[in-house]
Structures are given as structure tokens and as C-alpha cells.
Design a binder for this molecule. Structure first.
Ligand SMILES: *[C@@H]1O[C@H](CO)[C@@H](O)[C@H](O)[C@H]1NC(C)=O
Length: 369
């Protein structure tokens, strides 16, 4: 849990004037109970769309719903990408890589992260597209030289092969340098109020039985850049705390929780513990003292979040699990990207501009045999 949380934080390193549009596609083989394809889009790190191979496509924000309602072209693009182009492409590529790398059956995961950034002060834009295979950085597209860069020795032969596919390269170039920035500007314009909004959550303490952990539960915050922890006498606790995942609510806001194991907390010490919630960019924290009187419990019935109004209305459990799975994978890849960039900066002469995204298109994308 904690690991996941750290990933989440790493995921959200960004500077304020730069806007970004990112598309995450993950294909996997051999993972039971998970859809073998999952896609997600983010604008300024806020999820705007989700889809998976169960034929679900979900716009995540009201302004996005409006866009897809009135702009058939956008809707069709998302449908095509989610249900046809990307699943097929990822599946074929996994097979291709397995063959190339001499792998037999087993679990394999291929991720593609693509997108662009736009600095609304300088007007500069930048695109990136990167592939990860089995949790490792694999290939990245260099938009300047229009070639692939192998990020691991295993990817070298694939790089040479993909370099020969000029039509696909052309397609990515167009996608990364034209289509993506254009869409990003449009999204930022349409979604600006919502993207900038900051909502504080309501925080409550929940407990199943007198001896079970006390859950500090915050629901309704936005954006998804928040910290939650328990502290005692002002000191952050680690051992006794279990952090839950951040989940998406029906209305586009988020919820998160942190469990405090109270088995070794003496009754007279309760007043020394408190749960702290911090929303990025908001000065005041929400502090909730550990207080028996404030705990909501539901003894007798099983405690269900649905029972209180702030709970997730109908967050699909599968969706949430998949979302977390994807986030972890995606963040793992970002971790690589982040580290790589640092390493790269240390060695002059290596190219800096590495990644490149492409939201659009793999129409016409073919695999080199
Ligand atoms: C709480 O901590 C105690 C030890 O202090 C441990 O035995 C117990 O398993 C923990 N409970 C949970 C739910 O983690």
C-alpha cells in the first residue's frame, strides 16, 4: 500500500504552467481476472477517460462528457483507439516481442505512454511516446530525429526494425507535434474551470469493531494530489498505518483512506493521535483528532461505505482494481523515465529529448514482421 502511494506521488511531479495530455495504454497477457487491455487519458494529470477490453469507455469529467456528446469525431476516435486499434496493436506487439525475445507463455505486459506538453506562456510544445515491456523501459520515440531509441539492450533489434517503418513514424510525428498539442489546447480551454478547481474532502473516522483499525477516510477532494497520514504528538507514524488506494468517485472527485492500528494505543493516549489530510496547493490541512465520540461505526451490520453519503456511489470494484493496477504500472514506468532523465543529464552528448507520445493514432499502424 505504502509503495503504491509513493508511486502515486512520483506520478504527480509537474510544473504549474505546463499543461499535459497523456494517453496510457496497457496490454497484458496471462493475468487472470484483469482485462487484457486498459486505456486512460489524462489532462493535467487528471483522468479524463478510461476504457478497457470489457468494452467500457468512460469519460471522467463533466466537461469531457460534453465534448464527446457534441463532438462525434472525438468520440469516434476514442472508440476506435480503445476497442480496435490499441488492443490489436498491443496484442500483436506482445506476440512479436515474445517471439523476438524467445519468450514462451507467461505473463507479459506492454505499456505505451504518449502525449504532449504545452507551455501556455512560451507556447512551446513537446511530444513523447514511450514503450515499457514487462515493467521495464523499452523504446522511446525521438521526435527530433524521428527514430526509435532502445532503452534496454533487449530492444535494440526492435528499434532497427521499427526505424524502417516510415509511414508509422510519419504518423507518430504528426500525432505528437500536431494533433496532440491541438487537442491539449482545446481540452485546457474547455476544461479550465474544472481543471483548476480545488475541492476539499469531508473526512471521517470509521471503525468496524472496537478493536479493529480506525480508518481515516477522506472523500470528495480534487485534484488527485493529496497526502494523508496519521501522527502522534505531531510525529508522522509509519509502522501502525496502512494507506489505502486513492479511488475515483462517481462525480470525478477522489477518496483515500489511512488505517491506524490501535491495538497498542492506550485509551488515555487517544488524544495524542490525529489524522492529517493535505491537498496539494492548499495551505490549511484537515486535522481530525482520534476521538471515540467522532468514530462512525456500524456494529452489527457490516460497515459499508455506501451507507454514508460521501462514500463512492457506484465505483466499480473491478474498475478500481484495474485502475490501481494500471496506475502502479504506469508510475513504475514513469519512475524509470524520471530516473533516466536524470542519468541522461549527467552525460552530455546523449540526447535529452526522449520521449514522445502520440495520442492518436495508430491507425495505419502496422507491425514490422
Ligand atoms: C496491529 O498491531 C499488532 C501488534 O502491535 C498486530 O499483532 C496486529 O496484527 C496488527 N493489526 C493489523 C490489523 O494490522
Amino acid at each position: 500500500m505504502r509503495k503504491f502511494f509513493l508511486f502515486l506521488l512520483f506520478c504527480h511531479v509537474s510544473s504549474p504552467v505546463k499543461h499535459s495530455l497523456k494517453f496510457f495504454f496497457t496490454g497484458s497477457s496471462g493475468i487472470p481476472d484483469l482485462p487484457d487491455f486498459v486505456g486512460a487519458a489524462e489532462v493535467d494529470q487528471i483522468q479524463t477517460a478510461y476504457c478497457d477490453s470489457n468494452k467500457k469507455l468512460k469519460p471522467r469529467q463533466d466537461w469531457v462528457k460534453k465534448i464527446v456528446r457534441y463532438d462525434r469525431q472525438q468520440l469516434n476516435w476514442y472508440k476506435e483507439e480503445c476497442f480496435v486499434i490499441q488492443p490489436n496493436f498491443l496484442k500483436a506487439t506482445i506476440n512479436y516481442l515474445m517471439e523476438r525475445l524467445g519468450q514462451s507463455e507467461g505473463v507479459h505486459v506492454l505499456q505505451r505512454i504518449s502525449g504532449c506538453e504545452w507551455d501556455d506562456e512560451t507556447g512551446e510544445t513537446d511530444g513523447f511516446m514511450r514503450f515499457g515491456y514487462d515493467g521495464e523501459d523499452f523504446l522511446t520515440f525521438d521526435v527530433k530525429s524521428l527514430t526509435w531509441i532502445a532503452l534496454t539492450p533487449k530492444a535494440v533489434s526492435t528499434k532497427f526494425s521499427w526505424d524502417t517503418d516510415k509511414s508509422r513514424i510519419k504518423h507518430y510525428e504528426n500525432y505528437l507535434t500536431q494533433v496532440c498539442p491541438e487537442w491539449l489546447k482545446k481540452y485546457v480551454e474547455i476544461g479550465k474551470n474544472s481543471l483548476r478547481r480545488k475541492d476539499l474532502p469531508s473526512v471521517s473516522l470509521l471503525q468496524k469493531s472496537p478493536s479493529s483499525p480506525v480508518t481515516c477516510h477522506a472523500s470528495g477532494f480534487h485534484p488527485n494530489k493529496a497526502l494523508m497520514f496519521w501522527r502522534k504528538d505531531g510525529e508522522e507514524l509509519h509502522e501502525e498505518v496502512d494507506l489505502g488506494e486513492t479511488l475515483l468517485n462517481h462525480d470525478g472527485s477522489f477518496q483515500m483512506s489511512a488505517d491506524l492500528n490501535i491495538t497498542s494505543v492506550e485509551p488515555e493516549d487517544w488524544g495524542r493521535y490525529e489524522c492529517v489530510f493535505q491537498l496539494h496547493g492548499v495551505k490549511e490541512n484537515i486535522i481530525t483528532k482520534l476521538d471515540r465520540a467522532a468514530i462512525r461505526t456500524n456494529l452489527g451490520k457490516s460497515l459499508s461505505l455506501e451507507a454514508n453519503n460521501e462514500g463512492p456511489k457506484r465505483v466499480s470494484v473491478v474498475g478500481a482494481v484495474v485502475g490501481v493496477f494500471i496506475l502502479v504500472l504506469v508510475c513504475a514506468v514513469f519512475g524509470f523515465i524520471h530516473n533516466k532523465k536524470k542519468t541522461r543529464r549527467l552525460s552530455p552528448g546523449t540526447t535529452q529529448r526522449s520521449s514522445a507520445p502520440d495520442p492518436h493514432q495508430e491507425e495505419g499502424e502496422r507491425l514490422n514482421p
